[in-house]
Design a protein around this ligand. Sequence first.
Ligand code: AMP
Ligand code: MG
Length: 426
Amino acid sequence: MPSLSEVISCLSGYDPNAVPVAQAQQIIRDVVAPVQAVEKVAIRSALDRVLAQDIVSPINVPQNDNSAMDGYAVCGGDLDTNGPTVLKVVGTVHAGGRFDGAVNQGECIRIMTGAPMPARCDTVVPQEFTEAANATAVTIPAGVVKTGDNRRLQGEDLMAGKPALFKGKCLRPADLGLLASLGFAEVPVQRRLRVAFFSTGDELRSIGEPLDAGCVYDSNRYTLYGMLTRLGCDIVDMGVIRDDPSSLEQAFRTACENADAVITSGGVSVGEADYTKQMMATLGDVTFWKIGMRPGRPMAFGKISSNGRSAYLFGLPGNPVAVMVTFYFFARQALLRMMGADDTPLPLMRAVSESAIRKKPGRTEYQRGILTVGEDGLQRVRITGAQGSGILRSMSEANCMVVLHHEQGSVNAGDPVDVLLFEGLV
Ligand code: AMP
Ligand code: MG
């Protein structure tokens, strides 16, 4: 992987004080490498884990052609197309059983859902389409089935020798079922990513401490806890660190010696960045950005090292909404990449804006929105009250973010806008 300095030196027109969102995302993607460590876990424990190898199907699922309905297995060519066909019932086959005898012209087999198709039979006539059925004969009206109907083919779900799941997939309930259908008891997954985080600020108090005048409770460690846990990371919560160079340096060193990635909040804004910058100069290759976005302008990104261990650093801004937005739009994708997971950006949806939104071209804005579906079936979005980057309530009330892109200008009421649903974002 190229270093941060190498990646940045190749960019033309790069200005750390005016980095467009897309450029910052690209730089992070170019620098961050997947952690190479695999472990085997029982398939139940693999839920939400990242698959570490392609899974090739060792068997056909289903093993045989079989019936999709309860009814009569026939050879489609035996059925009269102009009038009813009377067939002799020469046997019965249940799921899990088999019928090895011959089924000759004019004959059929009573068959249950999931039972293997007898030789020569290629079609199942559902029971409800038949007439005058008894133990020995059944009448099939003309035109109720076509040859091949209601037959499931061998390997139509999973074909022996073909990949069933690909490396990098985050395993969901359907995937656990799929692995079970192939008979796997265990599955190779990426080891969990370890992410250390701490909050910085002399004004921060932890829960349980008295809230001194002018202080606020530290909320960022809780939103980060939630977002990282949902992403499937192991977390190392290092608490609140005072704005003092030696405590901060010690915290950065401990974090990077114990984790794959370090996330901090606060301490990167104009007033505070200077001494953090000095410290980073000794710890590693870190750049301080002013990103063309709102909320969340200041952010630090890079790699730090201590005692032979290194970790990627995401120095997020302090404001509670800015922390979440920069996590979602920068850290999330980088962490997924480190986890060896598919990091395709989440799809944006379109919704009609209920009101006008003022927006200047030249920066990306993330406004908190509430998406609803009207009686007309159209998706509409309205912005949640005050959008200040310290107003966490706007995130809590919202169910999506309205993404106003870099070049985009103001929006009129009734215009379509892009939204990113929180559901799925973690
Ligand atoms: P900073 O980026 O450190 O200048 O912080 C910007 C704003 O975010 C200040 O008003 C801080 O008090 C607030 N802030 C910083 N960290 C936290 C935190 N962990 N929890 C709540 N608010 C915070
Ligand atoms: Mg601060």
